[in-house]
Design a protein around this ligand. Structure first.
Ligand code: C2E
Ligand code: CA
Ligand code: CA
Ligand code: CA
Length: 277
């Protein structure tokens, strides 16, 4: 009833809807100080051979009274209050540290494992984004090319040239930039050329459209068209929300480069990633 992307509560006694936004907003700063946030990692898989090329960091809040809350419950509140800036920085530091650990242990084989981190619009506007990000990478000793920042298509198309500049600078420094939830933001397709992205993450809604057997030929054509346009613009395509082997096979045939979804692995604790490799 609440829509997709929801996280089940660990405490069955508490009713998710009963926790007010006000209550959560009020407790966010203390939660950050008290280390109540943690990160789950979901593998990103290369479609060509099924190998793991990286992972997306997804933040959760382990609320002392209400159990585990998914990001859809608190990221919008943190955006609103501005707490997303320190929270986002914590996620970046933690995820980069984790990626270094994986790389040092040689997980992922010859190619160094990459880490994807989500960036909120509010973080885009923060004057220290570029220096902070570079500082985090340098301190950890992670190659810039091992980090990919995910910015939603909606946030990216709303951004003017000033707001895109930090992303451009980071891209020049070597950091990957992904256009997240692509297909939900009504981009002017010609506009894609001016964005500093190197990867397009096709929204889960497209993957769902391929669920029927046989898949709707029009849905297939749409995905095929997006993939071909992306490749023309030298963007690599990652598909989200792959839940079945049939979807995976179809998306591979349509030319998608990488995939993410429950079919491969659900988001989980960092210890579980090496097992998925
Ligand atoms: P997103 O960036 O689109 O992340 C993908 C979401 O899809 C995740 O939800 C993931 O658990 C879910 N998912 C992955 N595979 C499947 C699948 O096969 N089927 C289905 N039905 N769902 C799948 P999650 O973890 O609840 O995150 C929701 C959103 O919260 C993310 O959407 C992202 O926009 C935001 N978010 C998460 N962590 C952060 C963060 O550290 N900072 C910021 N700013 N936003 C974050
Ligand atoms: Ca994302
Ligand atoms: Ca997404
Ligand atoms: Ca999404």
């Amino acid at each position: 009833a609440e829509g997709g992307n929801r996280y089940a509560l660990a405490d069955p006694d508490s009713d998710a809807r009963a926790i007010s936004r006000h209550h959560l907003t009020h407790h966010l700063p203390a939660a950050l100080k008290g280390c109540e946030f943690f990160i789950e990692y979901q593998p990103l898989v290369k479609m060509e051979d099924g190998s793991i090329e990286g992972a997306e960091a997804l933040v959760r809040w382990s609320h002392p009274r209400h159990g585990v809350l998914g990001p859809d419950r608190f990221i919008p509140l943190a955006e609103h209050t501005g707490l997303i800036v320190p929270l986002g920085r914590w996620v970046l530091e933690e995820a980069v540290r984790q990626a270094c650990q994986w790389q040092v242990r040689g997980i992922g084989g010859a190619r160094p494992l990459k880490i994807n981190v989500n960036l909120s619009p509010r973080q885009l506007h923060h004057p220290e984004l570029v220096t902070d990000t570079i500082a985090v990478l340098e301190e950890a000793g992670l190659e810039p090319s091992s980090l990919c920042l995910e910015v939603t298509e909606t946030a990216m198309i709303k951004a003017d040239e000033n707001e895109l500049r930090p992303l451009r600078e980071l891209a020049e420094y070597g950091v990957g930039i992904a256009l997240d939830d692509f297909g939900t933001g009504y981009s002017n397709l010609a506009n894609l050329r001016r964005l500093p992205a190197d990867t397009l993450k096709l929204d889960r809604s497209f993957t769902q459209g391929l669920q029927r057997d046989p898949a709707d030929p029009v849905d297939l054509k749409i995905v095929e068209g997006i993939v071909s346009l992306a490749h023309t613009l030298q963007l690599s395509v990652t598909v989200e929300g792959v839940e079945t082997s049939a979807q995976a096979e179809q998306l591979r045939e349509l030319g998608c480069d990488s995939a993410q979804g429950w079919f491969y692995a659900r988001p989980g604790p960092p210890e579980r990633l090496p097992e998925a490799v």
